[in-house]
Design a protein around this ligand. Structure first.
Ligand SMILES: Nc1ncnc2c1ncn2[C@@H]1O[C@H](COP(=O)(O)OP(=O)(O)OP(=O)(O)O)[C@@H](O)[C@H]1O
Length: 228
């Protein structure tokens, strides 16, 4: 369970350009389901995902990840929780150019200190599951959009996260690749990983994988539905 309690995020606090991106949001997100955050551009989806994923801290309010309060943990502990609990897939994939697919997938696991041959084999197995093993030595800049996204998913999975977070994952994919992405998310969820997605795309939030839809507007939760 991830529990978000009265969370506020203010950017540029106290300045003329102060902006309340998230306003008093309270949410309980079960880790046994897939949740979609929806809402218009600027409604606070990305900001809320970054707070949930321990990439940013709230201005006020509290966040618990699996019963542990993360709100005021020092950065080094937060980084550990981020690495061990969450896998992230970004809209633009954020892969590291100039190194191979395999090296990109292994990179988030280096701080864990796993012996290199074992980690390499695990990364290759992950690539195989995503039908990418033949691309392991390719530089990421050689990949198609769909391949790059599957590499991003493999990288997000390498630390065996409890929660997969994806921000506008289909924004740069065509219709077929968007459905393929949701099939992969179904496999991820069926393997026991919670899935939290932010998206404008009906292919994402209308997918039968999604058990909960949380609609944001102006930084607030305006509706919550359990479509199935
Ligand atoms: N680092 C930042 N500094 C200042 N303002 C920010 C920052 N990050 C986000 N914002 C602002 O906070 C508000 C919420 O942005 P956010 O990216 O969370 O919305 P969103 O719902 O994800 O939008 P989109 O669908 O366009 O990605 C927006 O007005 C945005 O401009």
């Amino acid at each position: 369970m991830i529990s978000v309690q009265n969370v506020v995020k203010i950017f540029n606090g106290g300045r003329p350009n102060e902006l309340r991106a998230v306003r008093e949001v309270s949410l309980e997100i079960g880790l046994d389901q897939a949740t979609a955050l929806v809402g218009p551009s600027g409604s606070g989806k990305t900001t809320l995902l970054s707070l949930i994923g321990c990439m940013a801290r709230p201005t006020s309010g509290r966040i618990f990840v699996k019963e542990e309060e993360v709100t005021s943990l020092p950065e080094r502990f937060l980084a550990g929780i981020r690495r061990s609990t969450f896998g992230f897939v970004f809209q633009r994939h954020n892969l590291i150019k100039g190194i191979s697919v395999l090296e990109n997938v292994m990179a988030p696991a280096y701080p864990e200190g796993e012996p290199f041959p074992q980690l390499r084999q695990r990364a290759l197995d992950t690539l195989e599951r995503l039908n990418l093993k033949q691309r392991a030595d390719a530089k990421v800049e050689w990949l198609s959009g769909g391949e790059a996204q599957r590499v991003a998913i493999a990288r997000a999975m390498i630390n065996r996260p409890a929660v997969m977070i994806a921000d506008e994952p289909t924004a740069h994919l065509d219709t077929k690749l968007s459905y393929d992405f949701m099939s992969l998310m179904k496999e991820v969820k069926d393997a026991g990983t919670a899935v939290i997605l932010a998206s404008h795309d009906p292919i994402v939030y209308g997918c039968d994988l999604i058990g909960r839809v949380v609609e944001l507007r102006d930084g607030r939760v305006v509706t919550e539905r359990n479509p199935r």
